[in-house]
Design a binder for this molecule. Structure first.
Ligand code: 13P
Length: 251
């Protein structure tokens, strides 16, 4: 049975005290959530240790937003997977479109990062998604299929148990423009088919596929009601504990 997950990507927002306050509010409010929904928060690197402490005793999991593509050593400014584990992370987001777009993250680099993350015992939330130009050219299925094949086809069926996919159409991120439930569902179904081709039906059925892009309390219910949408990767609305929890209550 696949898991339902609602993950909050805080991006480059909040100071450490603000982040701790937000994490405490999420932990407190998460107590009322049904047990089949897993909550994850992904604060900036600087916050991880303090937020891990704030989440202690709750069921909210801690995620990083990225990790280094090297194990350790002279890589100034980078943060390794072992550092993330020692800070209390059980997940890392990888391949977010903002990393692909602004920091030159390629599928080849992502393969290295996913390998390191899995070897360290982290679960990975791998982001894929087309931009507006690709969507308007009708290339969205092809783009997402290629991203999935380039990265996830390098891994085994057993490793897929530690990988969550997040479909985030770039044109819907932070724009207030959500993909319609139908637009999201058809890509999610496509992703599941692409996974099935390589790993078989059981693995494809068990893989959690999240939707991200202007997901909020008012549209989460319709999105999460789709058969292949197993939760959300939430940006802006994850910065308010009430909204984030309201989204998780939409199942
Ligand atoms: P928004 O929810 O702010 O559109 O961001 C989505 C996202 O990029 C989550 O990773």
């Amino acid at each position: 049975m696949r898991k339902f997950i609602v993950a909050g990507n805080w991006k480059m927002n909040t100071t450490v005290p603000q982040g701790v306050e937000l994490a405490k509010a999420v932990a407190e409010k998460s107590k009322e959530l049904p047990a089949n929904v897993e909550l994850v928060v992904a604060p900036p690197f600087t916050h991880l240790v303090c937020v891990a402490d704030a989440l202690k005793g709750s069921k909210v999991a801690l995620s990083a937003q990225n990790c280094a593509d090297k194990e350790k050593g002279a890589y100034t400014g980078e943060v390794s997977v072992d550092m993330l584990v020692s800070a209390g992370c059980s997940y890392t987001i990888l391949g977010h479109s903002e990393r692909r777009q602004y920091y030159g993250e390629t599928d080849a680099k992502l393969v290295e990062k996913v390998k390191l993350a899995l070897a360290a015992g982290l679960k990975v939330i791998l982001c894929v998604g087309e931009n507006l130009e690709e969507r308007e050219a009708g290339r969205h299925f092809a783009v997402v299929t290629e991203q999935i094949k380039n990265v996830l086809y390098q891994f085994s069926a057993a490793e897929m148990a530690s990988i969550v996919v997040a479909y985030e159409p770039v044109w819907a991120i932070g724009t207030g423009k959500t993909a319609s439930a139908e637009q999201a569902e058809e890509i999610h179904a496509c992703i599941r088919n692409v996974l099935e081709e390589k790993f078989g039906k059981a693995v494809a059925d068990d893989t959690t596929i999240l939707y991200g892009g202007s997901c909020k309390p008012s549209n989460a219910k319709e999105l999460f009601a789709q058969p292949d949408i197993d939760g959300g990767l939430i940006g802006g609305a994850a910065l308010k504990a009430d909204d984030f929890i309201a989204i998780a209550e939409s199942f």
